[in-house]
Write a protein that binds this ligand. Sequence first.
Ligand SMILES: Nc1nc2c(ncn2[C@@H]2O[C@H](COP(=O)(O)OP(=O)(O)O)[C@@H](O)[C@H]2O)c(=O)[nH]1
Ligand SMILES: [Mg+2]
Length: 299
Amino acid sequence: MGSWFQGLRKTRERFSGALKGLFAAPQPDEATAEELADRLVMADVPLRLVQSLSRELHAAASRRESLTATFRRVLVEALGQNTAPDWAALPAPTVALLVGINGSGKTTTAAKLAHLALRAGRKPLLGAADTFRAAGSHQLKLWADKIGCESVVGATGGDAAAVAYDAIDAALARQCDVVLVDTAGRMHTKEPLMRELQKVRAAMDKRLPGAPHHTWVVLDAMLGQNAVIQARQFHEMTPLTGAIVTKLDGSSKAGFLFAVRQELDLPILYAGLGEGADDLVPFEPGSFVDALLDLDESK
Ligand SMILES: Nc1nc2c(ncn2[C@@H]2O[C@H](COP(=O)(O)OP(=O)(O)O)[C@@H](O)[C@H]2O)c(=O)[nH]1
Ligand SMILES: [Mg+2]
């Protein structure tokens, strides 16, 4: 499994270059503080958080807290509580719907989640409701075969809601514990596709009242602030219960994660740190901030 420190190498290079000089001084001088604020804003850290960081850094000396410790504390606090599901303890069947724009990593993430469920001793089923592109369903089927789990795949051009219904139906018949339903990459600006998402939800609820129990938006970290805009639009259309951030192993603008947590109040459940089945790790604010700020190279 990719470690946070290794996984975030490129993101860290982008983020922490300007911070080193700052941390060497007991107090940031005006120019350094300003440069720091600029860097943070450029890394898509929300302005409100940048402002409170500046205040806290100025107050650090009087609190006898080092600048590094202050910086770390404020960032970790800003990320709040983020509890990934305990797969071993989830009631059966638990149904999760994955949404997000094309290419954000939904299909890969659905497979990674199924892999986690398998490793926790559960029986997952992958439902391929991406009927928009032939490759979409095929890709999920390949993953299901690779990790060794059940799957239900819809026909290309078919009704996504029907596939979602069938996936739950099959999961009940085959006594699966976890159903992960992958959807087509909806552009958040295309209203009909968003409406289709509501049809998918309604079909799931019809087969199993209360389903989906979770709706997770998959966000591509490379998109930075744009991912926040997408998440907000999905959130308005369909109630989201959490976010999963992919491609944090790329050169991402990781500051947007703070906006996901603070502005949308969505827990960040997992981070994707690579393309393999094992490269999905529960989101841990402390590990994330340490890796981002280059605080512990032993990890
Ligand atoms: N480096 C990296 N690549 C990822 C990650 N998650 C997904 N990808 C890649 O992103 C591309 C799009 O992923 P896919 O799951 O097909 O996205 P979808 O269109 O939302 O279903 C694929 O090449 C994946 O291998 C990740 O965490 N890190
Ligand atoms: Mg896909």
